[in-house]
Unconditional design. Structure first.
Length: 81
């Protein structure tokens, strides 16, 4: 493991704006491609609930101010080495 990362997102949908957080370890350096991949995965996950218009990175402060407390937990790649 190289490190641990927390990323915060604003997901704008047709019905609602969602605020999401990604927590994860990483074994390879984070690249633009990996960050784009995480962002795309977030969009795919929220597409199950709403039509998604955009997904943007935001600050932890903006996430804390706007999150509703109705957290959705999504895991992927936990068993991949």
């Amino acid at each position: 493991m190289i490190g641990y990362v927390q990323l915060y997102f604003k997901v704008v949908g047709e019905k609602e704006t969602y605020y999401a957080k990604f927590d994860g370890d990483f074994e390879k350096p984070l690249t633009r491609f990996r960050l784009f991949s995480i962002k795309s995965s977030m969009k795919r996950a929220y597409k199950k609930f709403d039509k998604i218009y955009s997904v943007d990175f935001i600050s932890k402060e903006e996430w804390e101010e706007n999150r509703s407390g109705d957290e959705i937990s999504i895991s992927w790649g936990e068993n991949v080495k």
